[in-house]
Structures are given as C-alpha cells and as structure tokens.
Design a binder for this molecule. Structure first.
Ligand code: ZN
Ligand code: ZN
Length: 252
C-alpha cells in the first residue's frame, strides 16, 4: 500500500506545502480535501472515489470546490464525500452557498454513521471506523483496515492528541499512523488553545500505541525549514517517526 501526500500543511498553504490531502490511489480513497487535492487528477486509478473528511475547517475542505477540474475528463461511477452529519450540513449550506461558491459538485454526500463501521473502496471493501477527537467543533479520526492481511492505517488530524488507554487500544499496532503535529513543544500552550498537537505528545502516542510507523502531518505553514517539528526529539521518543512532505509516497 502507498499513501500519496498531496497536502501536508495545516491552516494555509506555504511555498512548500498545500493544505491537508492524502490519497490511497489503489483503492480510490482520499483523506481530507484541502488545497492539495488539485494534485489528485493524474494519480486516479479507479472509477469511484471515497473522500473522507476529518471535519469542516477550510484547510480540509476548500479543495471540494476544485473538484470540477480535478474530476474533469474522466467518467466516474460515483464520487462519495463522507463526514459527520453536522459537518456535511455546514459544508453544503456554507461552502456551496451561492455567494461563496456557486457550482455544486457532482458527488454523493454520505453521513458517517456515528459509532458504526462502514465500507469504502472500489477494488476491495475497506472497513472504516471512526473516533471523536478533541478539536474546536470536533473532528473524526479514521481507522482503515484492508481485507486479507488486515493492513491498517489510522488518520488522526486536527486533535490535541488522545493519550487515553482507549485511544491507544484503538490505534494499536497500526501499520501506519498519520498523526498531526502542528507545533513544536515550545508552542504547546498555543497548540492546546487551538486544539492541535505537538512533537513530544504526537511521538508519545505513536510509541504508546505500538504502531509500526508514525507519519507526522498537518505541519505549521510558518515552518519553512528542513526540520519543522524537531524530528530528532520525536525519534528519541519513537524512532519510527517520519515527517510528511508534499509529494511523498509513503509505503506501509
Ligand atoms: Zn487543519
Ligand atoms: Zn481544524
């Protein structure tokens, strides 16, 4: 399995990073629809797409308005957009309000069933489960499990980071944990105020959950250097940590 990193920033794009969007090309599954979604088109392999939204904040949804171009020139059987009911309602009413964006996109809106597993994917059924996260307005973490070998990916962005035993059990032994790390430890106070996570907490969650690999994402766009999150510190806590960058293809 490969995870394509199309947008690895939070809040707003920078010269190096677009906002949150990740793609599982073989299965046609998109994680969040930030500005990075404009890079999706040449990677599409399937005639169905499932777009899973963590929440409705613009850095995760603005790219929905790009879909007219992203989907252009290709026949799709169906493109489904999944989110919690309250988030879907506000996206439909506000993002696609006539004065904000006047052309509704050709998708099927799907409510994520609260507390229940559901299936996505084209070539094989992927089992998806969700978990509520602490973030202004709330957000969903997704756990995706492949049939057969039970390969598992957890996508947890826009969260202060859940250190509970229950969350650790839920993430346990994932092949890849994509976890947000918006800030360095020295910005922990600001991270908590804004509902985001910081280096030592994100790395600690990866270690406690015993995941195979931790991919830190949703990087602060003001961090334009080579080391946006103090990677050595993170690896001191959990060695199997990498930082997501736009254009990366992460095998798992
Ligand atoms: Zn965000
Ligand atoms: Zn957010």
């Amino acid at each position: 399995m490969n995870l394509h990193c199309l947008g690895t920033s939070g809040y707003h794009p920078s010269e190096a990073r677009q906002t949150s969007c990740y793609f599982l090309a073989e299965d046609g599954v998109v994680l969040d629809a930030g500005s990075g979604i404009f890079r999706l088109t040449p990677l599409i392999q399937t005639d169905r797409l499932d777009i899973l939204l963590s929440h409705a904040h613009l850095d995760h949804t603005m790219g929905l308005t790009f879909l007219h171009d992203v989907l252009r020139g290709r026949e799709f059987a169906e493109v489904r957009v999944w989110a919690a009911a309250d988030k879907l309602a506000v996206i439909q009413a506000c993002l696609f309000q006539q004065l904000i964006f006047p052309a509704m996109i050709p998708v099927r809106w799907m409510v994520v069933p609260p507390g229940e597993a559901f299936e996505v994917g084209t070539r094989r059924p992927l089992r998806v489960e969700t978990r509520n996260q602490e973030h202004p307005g709330g957000s969903l973490a997704y756990r995706i499990r492949w049939p057969g070998d039970g390969k598992t990916l957890v996508y947890a962005t826009d969260t202060v980071g859940d250190t509970s035993a229950e969350a650790q059990r839920w993430m346990r032994a994932a092949d890849l944990l994509v976890h947000e790390c918006s800030f360095r430890d020295r910005e922990q106070d600001w991270a908590m105020q804004t509902g985001h996570c910081w280096t030592s907490r994100a790395a600690g969650i990866g270690r406690s959950a015993g995941v195979k690999r931790l991919l830190l994402a949703h990087i602060n766009p003001l961090e334009t250097g080579d080391d946006p999150i103090d990677l050595a510190q993170a690896r001191g806590i959990f060695p199997e940590t990498v930082v997501a960058a736009d254009g990366d293809v992460v095998p798992f």
